[in-house]
Design a protein around this ligand. Structure first.
Ligand SMILES: [Zn+2]
Length: 326
């Protein structure tokens, strides 16, 4: 790459073009998006986007660049192409490794992979998204940290993007993550980003999240921590320290529900020192068993809390019919 060239050539008569920092002197094709040109190798691009040639009609004979390369005029965002080309030439991240992927690149991979039939790029991006927001509880419990870096400024970016591309199977985990981390104020009024812009949610999504939040608060009691509310369970029949275990149970009730129900615990990993502190080994064993079975019930019901269809009916891309990627 030759670095950034501020304002160099005119690719079109009506618009000044600038060269991107992705500019190879030995490139054979110029991709042109918005006011930016990228000089790349046709064979490299077609390897990832086999149908890009179909978009060449605008590359009329009257549009050769000053250095003789064919120009492909695209209607996409320059930022999308820049994010993607950097990865194509440097290193395309893969989900099964320790690779991290910038959110901006993930978006570009899905948008452009979908439009130009870049199946492998699109599927890899989907793997990253489905890793972060799985549809199986076991996968959810296995997620350790995030593979998306830089992460978007708010969970709203994920939700809006999933809506844009018609990805529905990720929504329950995405909505849950959102109400776990985002404030109600931001859900209603939008998240103020560092550049001063505001990311907002649609009124429908706002309603889903608020209703879901309330239902999750109830599900804490009926599922994940159901064992705290039945005096026949804790202390359990084999318990030999009933007063101590009763006190420990009451203390945990206060920790989970005071000052407000802590819904982030609903699908948290079992933590013995946190959830079974002060319980005898028999009561702790019972508590852990019921904690896990309660979470399974909650996970099965999770889509319904947000007014979504059940897991098995949450189909992706049903609008575009691209179900082959499921
Ligand atoms: Zn006990």
């Amino acid at each position: 790459m030759n670095g950034f060239f501020p304002l160099v050539t005119k690719g079109r008569e009506d618009k000044a073009m600038k060269r991107s920092r992705i500019w190879f002197d030995d490139g054979s094709t110029i991709l042109q998006a918005e006011d930016t040109q990228f000089c790349v190798h046709k064979s490299v691009i077609l390897k990832h986007f086999p149908t890009l040639n179909d978009f060449v009609p605008s590359q009329s004979p009257g549009l050769p660049s000053s250095d003789g390369c064919a120009i492909i005029d695209l209607s996409d965002s320059a930022k999308d192409w820049e994010s993607l080309l950097i990865m194509i030439y440097d290193h395309l991240p893969t989900c099964k490794t320790t690779d991290l992927i910038p959110f901006r690149t993930l978006v570009a991979m899905l948008r452009l992979g979908d439009k130009y039939h870049g199946h492998s790029i699109r599927e890899e991006a989907l793997r990253f998204l489905r890793y972060e927001f799985p549809r199986d509880l076991d996968d959810w419990m296995d997620v350790w940290g995030t593979k998306i870096y830089p992460y978007p400024e708010s969970e709203f970016d994920f939700i809006n993007f999933a809506d844009e591309i018609g990805l529905h199977s990720v929504l329950p985990a995405m909505y849950y993550t959102c109400i776990k981390y985002e404030k109600l104020k931001d859900i209603f009024y939008g998240h103020l980003n560092s550049d001063g812009s505001v990311t907002r949610l649609s009124p429908d999504v706002q309603a889903c999240l608020v209703v879901g939040r309330e239902k999750l608060a109830f599900a804490l009691k009926t599922h994940t921590f159901s064992w705290l509310y039945n005096k026949k369970i804790i202390p359990c029949p084999r318990c030999s320290t009933k007063p101590e275990c009763t006190a420990a149970r009451n203390q945990l009730i206060r920790r989970v529900w005071m000052p407000v129900p802590n819904i982030s615990l609903a699908l948290d990993l079992w933590n013995r020192s946190e959830f079974a502190s002060g319980l005898c080994s028999f009561c702790a064993f019972t508590a852990e068993k019921l904690f896990h079975s309660g979470q399974e019930k909650l996970w099965n019901e999770l889509p319904s809390y947000f007014g979504l269809p059940s897991w098995d009916k949450l189909e992706d891309f049903d609008d575009s019919g691209s179900s082959s990627l499921l």
